[in-house]
Design a protein around this ligand. Structure first.
Ligand code: ZN
Length: 336
C-alpha cells in the first residue's frame, strides 16, 4: 500500500456540473401555459385520430364496433394521451441511445454498453456466502458478507476502492456512458481532496466505507476496529451527508468483531467481490474464470503512478469484457 499518499492530480476548475433539476427550477407560472399547449396538442392529435378512424372505417356515418373488451369510441381521449406520452418516451429513449453510442465511440469502447433492466421491484434476499460466516453470524444479525447478488438479471456490479487516484476524466467518462458504480473510500487517501468525491456523489455514485486507514482489521482489538469503521462512517456523514449502509473490509479480511463494530454504526451489508479488474488483466474468485449474473466486480482508484494505465483505460477493459459477455452494469444499491 506504499505510495498511495502521493500528490493528487490537480483538477481543472473549468468542469461543468451536470445540469440537474433545470426543469423543476422553471417557475410555477409556466404550468398554465404548458397545460394550454398540452390541450392544443391533444386537440390536434384527436383531430388526426378522427381522420385516421374515418379512413379505416370506410366513410362518414359508419360507427366502428369496438373489439371485445375495448371501450367504445367516445372513450378515446384517455387512450390518446398515453399514446402521446409513449411517443415522447420513445423519442427520449432514442436520444439517450444515440448519446450512449456517441459516448462509447469517444471513449474508445469496442461496443456500446448494454442498458441494465429496471431495478428489481422485490429486492433479492442477501445472505452470507457459504464459508464466509463468522460465529453466530445470523443469530447476532450481523451484516451479510457476499460476493454476488442472487439475481437472474444479466447484470454485474462495479465497485471501486480506496480513493488514491482522483482523475476528472474518470468522472466524465462514467457520466457520459451512464455506468453506475459504488465507491468504497478510505479517509487517509481521500482527505487531500474531499471535493473530488463530492462531485462523484453529485454525479450519482454512492460513497461507502472502507475504513479510516485501511488496516488489516482482524489484527486489531474490537475498540480499534470500531474506531476505524465507525470513524469512517462519521467522515462520510459529515462530508457527504449520508451514513453509508455498505462497508468493505480492507483486503476482504474481517472477523466477528469487524462485523459487530460495523453493525453498531449502521452498516447493513459487507459486499466483497467475485472478480477483480486491473488495467491490464482480470482475476477471478471462481474456478470457471467467468462472469455470472449478479457478480460484484472490484477495482481500485489507481492511475499511471502505480498501474500501466489510467482510470479510463481500466474502465475500458472492464466494459469491453462485460459487454462482450452480454452483461449490463447495474447499481448495487438498487438490488439491496
Ligand atoms: Zn482497499
Amino acid at each position: 500500500m506504499n505510495g498511495l499518499d502521493g500528490p493528487a492530480r490537480r483538477r481543472p476548475r473549468t468542469q461543468t456540473r451536470p445540469r440537474t433539476g433545470l426543469r423543476s427550477r422553471r417557475g410555477t407560472h409556466s404550468s398554465g401555459t404548458r397545460a394550454a399547449a398540452g390541450i392544443r396538442s391533444l386537440v390536434a392529435v384527436l383531430a388526426l385520430a378522427a381522420v385516421a378512424s374515418g379512413c379505416a372505417g370506410g366513410g362518414a356515418g359508419r360507427t366502428t364496433r369496438p373489439a371485445p373488451g375495448q371501450q367504445p369510441e367516445k372513450a378515446a381521449p384517455p387512450v390518446v394521451a398515453p399514446a402521446r406520452a409513449l411517443y415522447g418516451y420513445a423519442a427520449r429513449l432514442r436520444a439517450a441511445h444515440q448519446a450512449r453510442v456517441a459516448a462509447a465511440g469517444r471513449w474508445g469502447l469496442r461496443k456500446v454498453p448494454l442498458t441494465p433492466p429496471a431495478p428489481p421491484a422485490h429486492k433479492p434476499e442477501i445472505t452470507t456466502r457459504k464459508g464466509f460466516e463468522v460465529d453466530d453470524h445470523e443469530e447476532l444479525g450481523l451484516p451479510p458478507v457476499f460476493t454476488r447478488v442472487p439475481t437472474e438479471d444479466r447484470v454485474v456490479f462495479l465497485t471501486i476502492d480506496d480513493g488514491a487516484e482522483k482523475d476528472p476524466a474518470f468522472l466524465r467518462m462514467m457520466s457520459e456512458l451512464k455506468i453506475p458504480y459504488t465507491a468504497f473510500l478510505s479517509d487517509y487517501l481521500i482527505k487531500d481532496d474531499y471535493g473530488y468525491f463530492k462531485e462523484m456523489q453529485d454525479r450519482g455514485a454512492a460513497l461507502n466505507n472502507h475504513t479510516l486507514h485501511h488496516p488489516y482489521l482482524p489484527a486489531l482489538s474490537y475498540a480499534r476496529q470500531k474506531h476505524e469503521i465507525c470513524g469512517m462512517q462519521e467522515v462520510i456523514r459529515e462530508r457527504y451527508g449520508t451514513r453509508p449502509a455498505l462497508f468493505r473490509p480492507p483486503f476482504g479480511n474481517y472477523d466477528q468483531d469487524t462485523l459487530r463494530a460495523a453493525k453498531s454504526c449502521g452498516v447493513r451489508y459487507a459486499p466483497l467481490w467475485d472478480e477483480e479488474v486491473f488495467v491490464d488483466h482480470w482475476e477471478y474468485r471462481e474456478g470457471d474464470r467467468d462472469l455470472h449474473p449478479g457478480d460484484i466486480v472490484l477495482s481500485h482508484f489507481r492511475g499511471r503512478g502505480e498501474w500501466k494505465g489510467t482510470m479510463p483505460d481500466l474502465v475500458r477493459r472492464f466494459l469491453d469484457k462485460v459487454t462482450a459477455k452480454g452483461y449490463a452494469v447495474a447499481r448495487l444499491e438498487d438490488y439491496l
